[in-house]
Design a protein. Structure first.
Length: 89
């Protein structure tokens, strides 16, 4: 199992969350096996999201997808996200 971590800032959490939830079925079809959303306690429009994948290849493919960029743009993500991949040690 590979976990993809994404950190980004959004214009408005409510708008972002609606877009994120609306992308759920499509996200699962792109290989996401599990996910979680976290908000920074001091900066509530700073979001960290985790997505679990069966392989790093699937995770990287998802991270590079045009569709993910489209959804993030429409959701009000500011700037480029920080993305990294981890495995349980």
């Amino acid at each position: 199992m590979v976990r993809m971590m994404i950190r980004h800032s959004v214009r408005a959490y409510g708008k972002w969350r609606r877009a994120y939830n609306g992308f759920d079925r499509e996200r699962r079809g792109m290989g996401v096996k599990g996910h979680a959303v976290y908000r920074n306690t001091a900066k509530p429009n700073e979001i960290t999201v985790t997505h679990d994948f069966a392989s790093v290849a699937k995770a990287r493919s998802f991270a590079k997808s045009r569709r993910l960029r489209e959804v993030m743009k429409g959701a009000g993500v500011r700037g480029a996200p920080t993305i990294w991949f981890v495995k349980r040690a």
